[in-house]
Design a protein around this ligand. Sequence first.
Ligand SMILES: [Zn+2]
Length: 393
Amino acid sequence: MLLGFKTELKVNNTQRVLLAKHAGVARHAWNWGLSLTKKILDNNQENPNNKLKFPSAIDLHKWLIALVKPECPWYYEVSKCAPQYALRHLKRAWDDCFKKVKKAPRFKKKGKSDSFTLDGSITVERNQIKVPRIGWLKTYERLPQGIKPKSVTISKRANKWFISFKLEITPRDNATPKNKAIAVDLGLLRFATLSTGEEVSSPRPYKQLEKKLAKLQWRNRRQVIGSSNWKKTQRKIAKLHYRISCIRSDFLHKFTTHLAQNHSRIVIEDLNISGLIKNGKLSKAIADSGFYEFRRQLTYKTELYGSKLIIAERFFASSKLCPKCGHKKDKLPLSVRVYQCENNNCDWIADRDYSASLNLLGLAEPEVMPVEMKTPKSIDEAGTNKQIMSNIV
Ligand SMILES: [Zn+2]
C-alpha cells in the first residue's frame, strides 16, 4: 500500500534561499524542455515527411547537460535531481496530453506552484528529514517513523514550504489486541471520552499556561502600544503561544497514534463545527481544542497503521440516544452532563459523553456493542485520564 504524506517545513533563511534556487532551476529546466518539445511538435506538423523523434526524459536531460548547464552556472548550485525530475514530469505531462488525459503542459511562472523533486539518501527522524544537497529540514509535525522514502517533493504555497513523499506501507497485523473497535466522543469539558470508559483531558500544563497567557494578554492590553514594556510582553506572549502549541501538538500526536495503533476500527463524530460556532461561547473553545487537527491526524494514521476510521453521519444523534435500549430523547442541553434514560423499562444512567461514545461504537459493527453494560461512571476528570496517558507510547 502506498500512502501519500505531506507536511509543512520549518525553514530558516538560508534554507529558504536554497529551496527557492532548487525550485528556480526546476522551473527553468521545465520551461526550456517545454519550449524545445513544442518546437519539435511544430516541426513535425509542418514537415510530416521529415518528422523528428519525440525525445525521452533521458534525451532531454542529456541535451540539457550539454546545452544549458554550461551557460547557466546557477545549475551547479543545486542538486542535479531538480532539473532531472522536472524533465521527467514534463515528459509525463506530454504523455498524458498525447493520451488525451490532460491538456498540453504550460510554461511555469515564478512563484506559481514552485516545486522540485529530489531522490537519493533520505533519512527521517522524529521532527526532521535529511535530503540530498539541502541537508536536515525541520518539520512542525512528527514524521512517521521507520520509513525510507525513495524521493521527496518540496513545494511552496502561500509563502510556506511543504515536503511530501510516498510511503510504502505494509499494514500491520490486525489480529491480536488491535482487533477491537473503539469510539471517541470529543467534548469541550474534557477532550475525549472513549467507549472503553476512559477519559482523556488535555494535558494539565496546557491549562496552566493558558491561564498565564490570559493574564499576559490582559496586561498587554493595558500597556502603551510600542513601549518597551509592551514589546517585552508581546515577546512573552509569542513564546507562550509557541509552548502551548507544542504541548497540544504532542498530546494530539500521542493520542491519535495510540488510537490508530491499538484499534482496528475507530469511530468518531462528524462534528457539526459550523453549527457549534454559531454559539459564541463555544467558538473559542472549539477553535482551541484541535478537533480539526485530531481528525486530520487520525485520518492518515489509521491509513498508516492499517486500521479503519469510521465517521458518523453528521446528524447521528449520538448524545440523545440511550445506548442500552435505543430510546431517543427530544432534547439534551449541553449543561446536562448525565444521561438518564426516560424509558420506564430502562435503568440506564451514565455520563453523557460516555453514553454518546457507546452509541458511536454501535456504528463500528453492531455485534461489538458490549453485552454487559458498564456501571455508570462518575464525572471525575482526573482519574482515568492518567490511566490512558500512561498506556500511550
Ligand atoms: Zn434506555
